[in-house]
Design a binder for this molecule. Structure first.
Ligand code: RB5
Length: 161
């Protein structure tokens, strides 16, 4: 079990690396909770928001996703009320694969099959413990490659290609 977890951390490439995290006001408390937890291999860098005051989720999603887009070894976590606004914004960025997760099963699959580099969670629809379990699963699960690599490579194809 230890070896699998260690191997997965190497596979995902985040061992000892900073993971970016951001939320809007709806995700602020859940972000604060995750920041207070010890998640193996995850060193957080908090990109805001820094209070429960109402803000616009695109401002935070674009800030985090542009950093992930610029660095193939960078991973991130985005949290808003439903997760949908954050995911929509993040997936506008090149080479960003942001996946909305509300269970550990989906978190495992979004890594194994979709090679997601941003975990998105819906703060108004999951509890904090579930968010922690999802985050742990996401960062200890590797991409399976094989047929999934072919499919992931097709994500960026335009209609006329
Ligand atoms: C904020 O009220 C809410 O719209 C936002 O957190 C998110 O759910 C958007 O997708």
């Amino acid at each position: 079990m230890f070896f699998c977890t260690f191997a997965a951390l190497i596979i995902i490439g985040i061992l000892g690396m900073k993971v970016l995290i951001a939320s809007d006001h709806a995700g602020f408390e859940m972000k604060a909770f995750l920041l207070s937890q010890n998640i193996p291999g995850v060193e957080w860098e908090d990109l805001g928001t820094y209070s429960s005051e109402s803000v616009d989720y695109p401002d935070f999603a674009h800030k985090l996703a542009s950093a992930v887009s610029a660095d193939p070894n960078q991973y991130g976590v985005l949290i808003c009320g439903t997760g949908n606004g954050m995911a929509m914004c993040a997936n506008k960025h090149a080479d960003v694969r942001a996946g909305l997760c509300w269970s550990t099963e989906i978190a495992a699959l979004v890594r194994q099959h979709n090679n997601a580099n941003i975990l998105v969670m819906p703060a108004r629809f999951i509890d904090k413990c579930t968010a922690l379990d999802i985050t742990n699963t996401f960062f200890t699960t590797g991409f399976e490659g094989g047929r999934h690599l072919r499919r992931v490579e097709k994500i960026n194809l335009k209609d006329d290609e």
